[in-house]
Design a protein around this ligand. Structure first.
Ligand code: NAD
Ligand code: TYD
Length: 352
């Protein structure tokens, strides 16, 4: 072992990040590598269609060790997780609602069983804190015309198979805390946006399609509301919840930025100088949640968090990232993506 490596392993705190090659997980890994010089990261990811090591290509292996593995595979998890690490951050998931409507089993496996395997491993290997990255979608849908918000006390009322699997995972995290005293934190965030998001999700789909002058599929009347947050702000809130959060607590994370889908799409088209006529209203998603809106009072008061990036700035940065990384877009809109797209929307995409 070199003196440098010895020094690193003596003073470093190890954190185990699952799903760290995906959109939010890679942003979290980047944040820790850039701002927490005393952390070394084991990034455990199965590299499904949504995982992409290109997302972290600028980092060498000094403080970032990548392990390809599946969180549902007990042996792979136990082999990769060292004893006594600071934290598990569980980002790994099947994350797209439309895919869960088409087939839910993968969601049960990864999001529920995978979380339980990680909880077992956390207990067996004396992990100091378990951080479960959850979603506001576990709380169902809010009425559109009322001044109501999701709080940490809102009941879990998931409507999509994706949300049901994430809610179920939360219950297992809670059970590990109550039954075995595992030190747990649950964060529930709203819709993230930023560079490196897979273009099955609304914002990158709109940017990618618009850049290629392809129709933008908009579900139903387009007046569904989401509470958008720039991905780096979400990651900073997770880090604060890990550092300062109370064991066993949940934290809702949101930037108080509700937008209707139609307005989001128009803003992107305007920024790209593309006509609104690209918008194509399509058959609505089954069980489509009307509105999400988060009361972020607890993370603001208890953790001292507030978002740093405004919607206007975040959207401009996001569009710029996709403009500058068209090769990335072309690569992820591969044959498998084109098949997925055709099956879901009945339209072709990415065909030149
Ligand atoms: P993503 O789909 O971009 O990435 C998921 C990552 O998990 C990929 O790298 C994939 O390879 C990996 N993965 C999937 N199955 C795995 C398995 N069985 N074992 C190991 N790795 C596996 O997802 P994302 O948008 O980055 O979301 C990350 C987490 O944040 C998820 O838990 C999601 O539920 C949650 N979340 C997402 C949002 C959002 O707006 N995207 C909002 C709130 C919460
Ligand atoms: P999405 O990015 O899939 O996130 P979620 O369903 O987890 O909120 O969708 C965001 C919103 O955009 C949601 O109301 C569904 C809508 N949407 C469309 O109208 N058309 C699309 O092609 C997609 C992917 C989403």
């Amino acid at each position: 072992m070199t003196a440098h490596r010895l020094l690193l392993t003596t003073f470093m705190k190890t954190v185990f990040v699952t799903g760290g090659a995906g959109f939010i997980g890679s942003a979290f890994v980047r944040l820790l590598l850039e701002e927490n010089s005393d952390f070394e990261i084991i990034n455990f990811d199965a590299l499904t269609y949504a995982g992409n090591l290109e997302n972290l290509k600028e980092f060498d292996e000094t403080r970032h060790k990548f392990v390809k593995g599946d969180i549902t595979n007990r042996e792979e998890v136990f082999n990769a997780l060292p004893d006594g690490c600071e934290a598990i951050f569980n980002f790994a998931a099947e994350s797209h609602v439309d895919r869960s409507i088409n087939s839910a089993s993968e969601f049960v496996l990864t999001n529920v069983l995978g979380t339980q395997v990680l909880l077992d491993a956390a207990r067996a290997k004396n992990v100091r804190r378990f951080c479960q990255i959850s979603t506001d979608e576990v709380m169902g849908s809010l009425p559109e015309d009322e001044n109501t918000f999701f709080t940490e006390e809102s009941p879990l009322k998931p409507n999509s198979p994706y949300a049901a699997s994430k809610a179920s995972a939360e219950h297992f995290v809670r059970a590990a805390h109550e039954t075995f005293g595992v030190d747990t934190i649950i964060t529930r965030c709203g819709n993230n946006y930023g560079g490196r998001q897979f273009p099955e999700k609304l914002i990158p789909l709109v940017i990618a399609n618009a850049m290629n002058n392809e129709p933008i599929p908009l579900y139903g009347d387009g007046k569904y509301t989401r509470d958008w947050i720039f991905v780096e702000d979400h990651c900073r809130a997770i880090r604060l919840a890990f550092e300062k959060g109370k064991s066993g607590e949940s934290y809702n994370i949101g930037a108080r930025n509700e937008r209707q889908n139609l307005d989001v799409v128009k803003s992107i088209l305007d920024a790209l100088g593309k006509p609104h006529s690209l918008i194509k209203f399509v058959t609505d998603r089954l069980g489509h949640d009307r509105r999400y809106a988060i009361d972020a009072g607890r993370v603001e008061m208890e953790l001292g968090w507030k978002p740093r990036v405004s919607w206007e700035e975040g959207l401009q940065k996001t569009i710029q990232w996709y403009r500058e990384n068209q090769d990335w877009v072309n690569r992820v809109r591969s044959g498998a993506y084109r098949d997925y797209y055709k099956n879901l929307y009945g339209m072709e995409v990415g065909v030149k």
